[in-house]
Design a protein around this ligand. Sequence first.
Ligand SMILES: [Zn+2]
Length: 188
Amino acid sequence: MKKTLAGVLLMGVSAFAAAAEPDFSNVQITTLPLAPGLAMLIGQGGNIAVSTGSDGPVIVDDQFAPLVPKITAAVKALQDAPIRFVINTHHHFDHTGGNEGFGNAGALIFAHENVRTKMASEQVSRLMNRTMPASPEAALPVVTFDDGVTLHWNDEIIRVEHVASAHTDGTAISGLRRPTPCTWVTPS
Ligand SMILES: [Zn+2]
């Protein structure tokens, strides 16, 4: 059979579409320590960043709903404390699928305002021939921002910034740094 570029692309698309609903029971969450208080979780879907420390766990993205118990266990192994915040990098289902579970467990969800707008209504992907229904209220970001937001947390400065003209119109990147020690003192 003669393969065409379109055919190969379609094969790729159908494989991707099929891969979008894997058997989550076989998914294992692997923890990759990056630095003291910072780790990455690898499972199915977008990788998850975890900040831990004196204030409590913060995670960036949360993969798929069925993985919430496994992600929770992986975070608990890093720090046995409730997850306080979830930051979504964008609205796609492989990055926000755990929102409802983590939101119901008490985490406050942060994202660009377009993430909330998109998740609150039905989304259709012509590429994947797939329709995603509107997310339930509990899955929607509670704190939304336009240009960015800064968390002063776990002795870090966690900066989340919207990136225009990126993967989606609500894409944000996050980074963290420790505050630079100041050499100035306040006279008593
Ligand atoms: Zn995406």
